[in-house]
Design a protein around this ligand. Structure first.
Ligand SMILES: Nc1nc2c(ncn2[C@@H]2O[C@H](COP(=O)(O)OP(=O)(O)O)[C@@H](O)[C@H]2O)c(=O)[nH]1
Ligand SMILES: [Mg+2]
Length: 210
């Protein structure tokens, strides 16, 4: 059994990654991704998600912006082996003590950590989040999310981000085992949306089953 913790600053996309993974399992799409196998959702808990008052999303009509108070959780099972895995995604707002508790708890019980970064925000502010987390394994995975928001020279930009992220964790004696480049939303008008949605699901699956 693998316990995966998704950690990252507010709005990096942790909750979206979990939701996309659940969707891939529910519609059976998980079998069609690279390394895909049949899996079943055992349990989901998104009850820690609170609607932000007045927080309308800019790009859609009725969806409300949400904020994670208590860690979200998904348990799923590999059908053939029967192995079950859990993915946790605590909130990113470490200024609130209840959320901070979630981050500390998950960073301690997770056997694998995925550090989630968003392409559309300054890295430095996102590093602040990780500076605060005390308990880290020596090796982590890194997810660079919202790839759709890089407007030009995406490959070059991604390489720059990777270098800075590796350096940041190296200073803390943490090695990045692997990078995953993802898009966790069904973004209309983004040509490669299917590929990068798939990458999101492949990331969770390959870390769980490796
Ligand atoms: N364009 C784009 N938006 C995303 C992506 N992933 C998440 N979002 C949006 O970013 C916002 C924050 O996402 P959320 O999952 O709540 O972030 P969290 O705070 O890390 O849990 C939401 O409005 C999402 O719809 C992505 O890959 N691309
Ligand atoms: Mg969240």
């Amino acid at each position: 059994m693998v316990n995966i913790g998704l950690l990252g600053d507010i709005s990096a996309g942790k909750t979206s990654i979990l939701r996309l993974f659940v969707r891939y399992l529910k519609v059976g799409e998980i079998e069609n991704v690279k390394g895909g196998i049949k899996c079943t959702v055992v349990k989901t808990d998104f009850s820690g998600e609170a609607t932000v008052p007045g927080g309308e999303k800019e790009d859609s009509l009725n969806q409300k912006e949400t904020k994670t108070i208590h860690p979200n959780r998904v348990v799923f099972r590999e059908d053939s082996s029967g192995r079950a895995h859990t993915i946790f995604a605590p909130g990113g707002d470490r200024a609130r003590s209840v959320i901070r508790m979630g981050i500390i708890t998950i960073s301690r019980i997770a056997t694998q950590i995925i550090a989630v970064f968003s392409c559309d925000r300054a890295l430095e502010t996102q590093f602040e989040f990780f500076r605060d987390v005390r308990f880290f394994p020596d090796n982590i995975y890194v997810c660079i999310n919202k790839i759709d928001l890089i407007e030009k020279d995406a490959e070059k930009k991604v390489e720059e981000l990777k270098t800075k992220i590796v350096d940041f964790f190296k200073q803390r004696k943490i090695t990045v085992k692997e990078f995953f480049i993802t898009c966790a939303e069904a973004v209309e008008g983004f040509e490669d949306v299917q590929t990068y949605n798939d990458h999101t699901a492949e990331m969770i699956l390959s870390i769980s089953t490796s």
